[in-house]
Design a binder for this molecule. Structure first.
Ligand code: HEM
Ligand code: HEM
Length: 149
């Protein structure tokens, strides 16, 4: 039986577009939640109340988070394992993957760790790492330009 041809290391334009769309959706939904939570509270009879849209940004974020997990799994098969074997961009790729896993773990804990003090640390850890994600991703993509003389 013939072995199937090896997948090329470079990613197709559709895969790259999917990464960009899921990443932008995650970032925008998280960012909108931050703006609505910290700046757009409405005065209520018992003090400031959450804006009506605030919980919807988190629901949308959850949807994109599911898509992100699916995409990370897909990239393991399409890109990460073979890229690792090639020995190239190991540092920037590992930092990006670790970053994504840390976001996944802190996101999981935000749902299930309960609210006895953990939220105060987990929430900013998660969203600061989240806001910085495009920089880590951009670094992995553009590192070849930094290396060239
Ligand atoms: C240990 C993990 C990883 C390693 C070793 C790695 C390695 C590499 C290498 C060697 C390239 C250059 C491919 C080429 O131009 O021939 C590359 C490009 C790329 N990587 Fe990674 N990577 C890793 C993780 C990731 C992750 C987690 C993502 C996305 C979430 C990602 C997204 C990309 C993209 C979009 C490109 C550009 C591909 C292209 O232009 O066709 N990588 N990576
Ligand atoms: C792999 C990537 C990510 C995953 C799996 C993920 C997952 C999650 C999960 C599960 C939650 C809890 C939702 C809830 O309580 O109902 C959450 C909350 C949140 N995420 Fe993400 N997230 C990711 C990336 C990001 C990014 C890129 C940002 C950028 C700003 C971000 C910002 C936020 C914010 C602001 C919250 C609300 C924090 C809170 O409830 O205190 N996340 N995320």
């Amino acid at each position: 039986m013939q072995t199937p041809p090896a997948t090329p290391l470079r990613l197709g334009s559709r895969t790259k577009l999917t990464i960009a769309l899921v990443g932008a959706g995650l970032w925008a939904s998280g960012g909108l939640w931050l703006i609505f939570h910290y700046y757009l509270r409405r005065p209520g009879p018992w003090g400031p109340e959450p804006h009506l849209l605030e919980p919807w940004w988190l629901r949308l974020h959850g949807l994109f988070a599911f898509a992100a997990l699916w995409l990370i799994g897909l990239l393991c098969g399409l890109h990460i394992i073979r890229a690792w074997q090639s020995g190239r961009r190991r540092w920037s790729g590992s930092v990006l993957l670790t970053w994504l896993l840390a976001l996944t773990l802190s996101g999981y804990l935000l749902i299930y760790a309960g609210d006895d003090g953990a939220w105060g640390l987990l929430s900013p850890t998660h969203w600061i790492a989240g806001l910085a994600l495009p920089v880590i991703y951009g670094f992995h993509r553009l590192i070849r330009f930094l290396r060239r003389p």
